[in-house]
Write a protein that binds this ligand. Structure first.
Ligand code: SAM
Ligand code: SF4
Length: 329
């Protein structure tokens, strides 16, 4: 079993395959995008597959593909197919904004993807445009429909933003009435690529729950699965469930089982750290698997105890100016 210096199991990798995106969600990146990585800076699919295979041998059981927007990267289905065939990998899933997803759903099903996280912050097409700065609401809804009709489990991720979409909290909860989806509200984090000034958290998990309770006082708490980052709830009579992710309050660090690899090969053992080990560089410099494994184990052995400690120890970029798209949300 792979563990860190605090005795926490590490078995979940989130791999960001690109920093590029076809939306410009204002909580994630500025309107004119980011300084996109060049092709050479990005890890190649071979490099990604190699690192994933090694990590699976070391104890990783679940991989989530994220970005940026995974479907913006050319031939992404090729990588997904190869990853789905990795010996020892128990679960492969992905997080997508849904814009280009619908046509790929039959193949996702075929290669064994059982669950997809779909980002959707509002059910109002105009507000969708204000938040994402792109007119793609219909395509996201088509992706939702395609995923559900193929029997793929859907978790909807909605970032809660003061003055932007708090009026969507109740309509999004209402979706769980007739749809077997899990709607998860995420506290807004400062990782917006300097898209706007982060003025501090206005809607924390307590306030979000209070808002839901104002309409659904009968809401019931569900038991939290091991390693869950969300507080989970169910409204009697509803098909789906509701979750709240305290991503800024960081209440889940004590059982954190996840690591991240950024599109340029940086290992992050915490969302709030600033990396330090670049596995792309190690591979390009000819490190053997044994050396790579040693470097990874060393990083796991020096993991911050929680997101607050990781943030306080940032040296490369002391302020948080990155975008979630370069970290791998
Ligand atoms: N493009 C894909 C998508 O949007 O689903 C995958 C990458 S995106 C960075 C992954 C998740 O991070 C999305 O659910 C998004 O809402 C979330 N996210 C991005 N910026 C965030 C922020 N500043 N605070 C909280 N969540 C954020
Ligand atoms: Fe793109 Fe996802 Fe960031 Fe929105 S949250 S800009 S869809 S990477």
């Amino acid at each position: 079993m792979l563990t860190d210096n605090h005795g926490r199991k590490i078995n979940y990798l989130r791999l960001a395959v690109t920093d590029k995106c076809n939306l410009r969600c204002f909580y994630c990146m500025p309107e004119d995008g980011l300084n996109w990585l060049s092709r050479r800076e990005l890890m190649s699919y071979e490099e990604m597959l190699h690192s994933c295979a090694l990590l699976v041998k070391m104890g990783v059981e679940k991989i989530r593909i994220t970005g940026g927007e995974p479907f913006v990267r050319k031939d992404i289905m090729q990588l997904l197919t190869s990853l789905s065939q990795l010996d020892g990998l128990k679960e492969l899933s992905l997080t997508t904004n849904g814009v280009l997803t619908a046509p790929h759903v039959p193949e996702l099903k075929k290669i064994g993807i059982r669950s997809v996280n779909l980002s959707l912050d509002t059910l109002d097409a105009n507000r969708f445009f204000t938040i994402t700065r792109r007119d793609e609401f219909a395509n996201v809804m088509a992706a939702l429909e395609a995923l559900l009709s193929h029997g793929i489990e859907v978790k909807i991720n909605a970032v809660v933003m003061d003055g932007k979409n708090t009026q969507d909290i109740i309509p999004l909860v209402e979706m769980t009435k007739d749809m077997p989806v899990s709607v998860r509200f995420i506290e807004e984090m400062p990782f917006n690529g300097d898209g706007h000034l982060y003025t501090g958290l206005q809607w924390d998990y307590v306030r979000i729950l209070d808002e839901i309770k104002s309409k659904y006082p009968q809401i019931q708490k569900l038991p939290d699965p091991l390693y869950s980052t969300s507080y989970n709830y169910h409204i009697p009579g509803h098909q789906g469930s509701v979750g709240i992710i305290a991503a800024y309050s960081r209440t889940f660090c004590g059982t954190c089982n996840r690591i991240r690899i950024t599109p340029q090969g940086e290992l992050k053992t915490c969302l709030y750290d600033d990396g330090g080990l670049n596995i792309r560089d190690l591979m390009r410099n000819g490190s053997s698997d044994h050396e790579l494994q040693g470097a990874l184990l060393n990083a796991f052995g020096n993991r911050a105890k929680d997101g607050w400690e990781a943030e306080s120890k940032r040296v490369l970029h002391p302020g948080i100016h990155e975008s979630m798209a370069t970290i791998g949300g």
